[in-house]
Ligand binder design. Sequence first.
Ligand code: AMP
Length: 453
Amino acid sequence: MLKFNELKLHEQLLINLEKAGYLTPTPIQAEAIPHLLEGSDLLGIAQTGTGKTAAFTLPMLQRLANRDFSLVPCEPRALILAPTRELASQIKESLEKYGEGLKLKYAVIFGGVGQGTQVNALRNGLDILVATPGRLLDLMNQGHCRLGKVEIFVLDEADRMLDMGFINDIRKIIPKLPTKRQTLLFSATMPNEIASLAAKLLHQPKKVEVTPPSTTVEKIDQRIIHVKKADKYQLLRKIINEEATGLTLVFTRTKHGANKIVDYLNFHRIPCAAIHGNKSQSARELALENFKAGKIKVLIATDLASRGIDVQGISHVVNYDLPVEAESYVHRIGRTARAGTEGDAISFCDETERDALKRIEKEIGLKLPAESFVGVPEAAVKSSRETVFRDPRSMPRGPRLEHKPRPDRNERTDRSERSDAPRPVRSANQSQEPKRQEDNKKPKVGFKFRNRK
Ligand code: AMP
């Protein structure tokens, strides 16, 4: 097997790779690095988890190292565009890790936060700028960034850029780049719009393709659990408590759904957090940091917020809701089994999600093994905001209301008469709401799995 030192990489990069614990290059690294060191353009068809970040950052660091001139303020020498702030931040972290000791300067810019620090970083001069398209365009329009000195341009996760509506921003950024440059485009899939963008952008590119877009990573153990919508909370708790050996990443379709799961799990003393578009940047960063550090074992995310999440040690990905787009399924489950490890992807499927399941199985070309789950009655869970979970089977019967025929309009008592009448008092044990279980007396919950063919 090929070793990193056979790739003609800079001595310092080899030291850093050893420090990072990387023994051998991944297939995309082995294929892409030699082309990139020669200065070719590259079309990389690869999803996250394949090691593509190191595949493009290592040769970039090597080409830009040994700079013997001063940087020009606001004019970076390389530009990496990424669709989300999380991915952009992670790329910058990778640059710092792989480029330690090279004395290069990096910065990351993205929207949703103040621009002051980012503008200062640009003014101080940079070798490599990592940016999301919207904020970059904004700062360019304000005169804080010029692209005339960019020698290497990387467009990462191009298909996600398209999904997220960034394609017009990118079309505005491209003409500001010098025509003489090295260009790299990475995308997990190749929809027509990206293929035509690649044709315009790249000059005689080398094509590197790893893991065809619709093939899910082989090291992931995938299964479906058919479950009623109301039983999904219990099923999730069971998986976290009994199955998950490492970190669990849970996907929901909506932000609200993610919040409700957090309330439910917190009620059951399972530390967790949610990341989605309504959370502030700092809350998202903190949640991700705590998850990476293992301080919380469960992270609940919506598709958009999860783009670019690269966390080692995710043993389980749970699709609490099946994704509407079959392709997102592949992206979601790829968050486990990173860098050669193994992982489990468990997808819940309720009665309304059967069609989504069929589309996924068609997309991946596999019939997934399935089982079913039936929950047992459980106490209601209330948060400060609302009732998160109310199991209809566990609702205590309230006092029976006697049916009295409505009095005739003419017979009805007037308002003053009624307000004098004594109000009925409800005793504690007649309460309509089920009582919250004492925390130290958690309900004993039994679970049943049934195998399904
Ligand atoms: P990426 O596809 O760039 O998101 O990388 C996926 C994960 O693989 C990251 O956590 C990297 O740190 C890790 N990784 C990248 N290259 C290697 C390598 N050659 N050996 C082991 N792990 C790697």
